[in-house]
Design a protein around this ligand. Structure first.
Ligand code: NAD
Length: 496
């Protein structure tokens, strides 16, 4: 199957003119005509122009969503919402190959990985198309027998969906599908770094049967475009994925209109490897956490905690795998790791490697990119381990978001748990052990939104994902995301 897939060149998947916004069911330019450029991070060259929303465009998009919510969308039956989501899934499925190439060029994703990620994208829509049919309130046995009391689950209204660059289309869908399933209208703001695949998704919305205004897409920088959604009183909820600093700004600004929020923020998750673990498996997971999406994954376990007695053997095996890693151009099907997403991100990760060295850790890279002139213009970074770190160092406390793990050693379960939980983040944690009782103790003791035992941190649409502490508020995925996009109304009906 894979062997039949052909290379799609940039010109095969790119539009010729600037990428539009989607407002009120139509693809439109910005009112000002202003555009911004997106770049291919594998070579630094301009890829496409995109119309940049001004305040008047955001105003139009929110008005369209608001109008649709109070107009045609209100009367659409759950069954018909479900059918539209399924139709969108079908249309998306037929575009997965082209969209995989688009994200390969726009985000620098290796094509093999890009295909694998987007192959699962339609199932996000299918999952919510299914579970929305079970959305219901309940009848309550209240103490006053003169009342019949029941609850209704209602949509919130307009949801502003602010998406990051690391999994552009997948995260846009993870926000759109439950919001639409619950009966809301949406304004999506893709990352200005990787907007192209979401614009293409927008081109399928009308064909899937959604009335004009139910889905709108505006492009441009976080502030002012995303911030305009956060401040607009007609936007009932903001769902944001991105950095914790931005999340805090949004939290503060949303207070003015007491908005509902889902915040999927950063992580500094720990992976605990005990001497009794299946070490091959644990090494494989650490390796994947480093190289998958060039380490730009919020749930990656970027603090690697090794039990003292196996640490050297573990690192030897991991280092051997890293030396064999195939770094290359994203369009090459053999490439396992491509560039980082942008020069900004490359500089940011590079800063952390210097900080680690200044803090006294030993920073070791496992690929010599100077010997690869074909990668010289791109945002490439060698996989790097920060050895001999302590949990007090910035490289153990702050999110780096690149192909980098911070390595620490521990003696015994108590110390491992103490280090793992000593973080302002609490997105995920991972533990490898052959002892079932210890595994269950760790499942209880590790303080994180997702705890994975003897397997790497992976999220799927059918299980809730969302962090503790500064990793966020609310859950994405699973039934929880659907419920988070509704509000409960209590109806008390006098019987006498
Ligand atoms: P970011 O938080 O700046 O941006 C994410 C999204 O929010 C983008 O669409 C952006 O335009 C928008 N945004 C930015 N500022 C905003 C504001 N003031 N109001 C409203 N919207 C705003 O993230 P980034 O610049 O893309 O990356 C910065 C760091 O965030 C990364 O280095 C990484 O540590 C982290 N990050 C985390 C995740 C994650 O999944 N948890 C994803 C991407 C980035």
């Amino acid at each position: 199957m894979t062997a039949e897939l052909k290379t799609m060149k940039r010109e095969d998947v790119l539009r010729s003119g600037p990428y539009p916004m989607l407002i009120g069911g139509k693809e439109v330019p910005s009112i000002s005509g202003k555009t911004f450029a997106t770049f291919d991070p594998s070579n630094g060259r301009k890829l496409a122009d995109v119309y940049e929303a001004g305040p008047e465009d955001v105003e139009r998009a929110v008005a369209a969503a608001h109008g649709a919510f109070h107009g045609p969308w209100r009367g659409v039956l759950p069954r018909d919402r479900s059918r539209m989501l399924l139709e969108l899934a079908r249309l998306l499925e037929s575009r997965v190959e082209a969209l995989s190439w688009l994200e390969c060029y726009d985000a620098g994703k290796p094509i093999a990985a890009s295909r694998a990620w987007l192959a699962g994208a339609p199932s996000t829509l299918e999952y919510y198309a299914g579970i929305l049919l079970g959305l219901a309130g309940e009848t309550l046995e209240v103490s006053d027998r003169t009342l019949l009391d029941f609850t209704m689950r209602e949509p919130l209204g307009v949801c502003g969906l602010i998406v990051p660059w690391n999994f552009p289309l997948s995260i846009a869908l993870l926000k759109m599908a439950p919001a639409l399933a619950a009966g809301n209208c949406v304004v999506v703001k893709p990352s200005e770094v990787t907007p192209l695949s979401t614009v293409e998704l927008g081109s399928l919305i009308a064909e899937a049967g959604f009335p004009p205004g139910v889905v709108n897409i505006v492009n441009g920088p976080g502030d002012p475009v995303g911030m305009a959604l956060v401040r607009d009183p007609r936007v009932a909820k903001v769902s944001f994925t991105g950095g914790t600093a931005t999340g805090k700004t949004i939290f503060r600004e949303a207070a003015a209109t007491v908005k509902r929020l889902t915040l999927e923020l950063g992580g500094k998750s720990a992976s605990l490897v005990f001497a009794d673990a299946n070490l091959d498996k644990a090494v494989g997971v650490a390796y994947t956490d480093m190289v998958r999406n060039s380490g730009q994954v919020c749930g990656a376990c970027t603090r690697l905690l090794l039990e003292e007695s196996i640490a050297d053997a573990f690192l030897e095996a991991l280092e051997a795998k890293l030396r064999a890693l195939r770094i290359g151009l994203p369009g090459d099907p053999a490439t396992e790791m491509g560039p980082l997403v942008s020069p900004t991100q490359l500089a940011r990760v590079g800063d952390y490697l210097r900080i680690g060295g200044d803090e006294g850790a030993r920073v070791q890279s496992y690929s010599d990119l100077r010997a690869r002139p074909e990668l010289a213009e791109g945002c490439y970074m060698a996989p790097t381990l920060i050895h001999d770190a302590t949990n007090a160092m910035r490289v153990a406390r702050e999110e780096i978001f690149g192909p980098v793990l911070t390595v620490m050693r521990f003696k015994g379960e108590d110390e491992a748990v103490r280090i793992a939980n000593d973080s302002r983040y609490g997105l995920a944690a991972c533990a490898f052990t052959g002892d079932a009782s210890r595994a269950m103790r760790l499942a209880r003791a590790l303080s994180a939104g997702t705890v994975c035992i003897n397997t790497g941190v992976r999220s799927s649409v059918d299980a809730p994902f969302g962090g503790f502490r500064e990793s966020g508020v609310g859950k994405e995925r699973g039934r929880e995301a659907l419920l988070d996009d509704t509000q409960v109304k209590n109806v008390r009906f006098g019987l006498n």
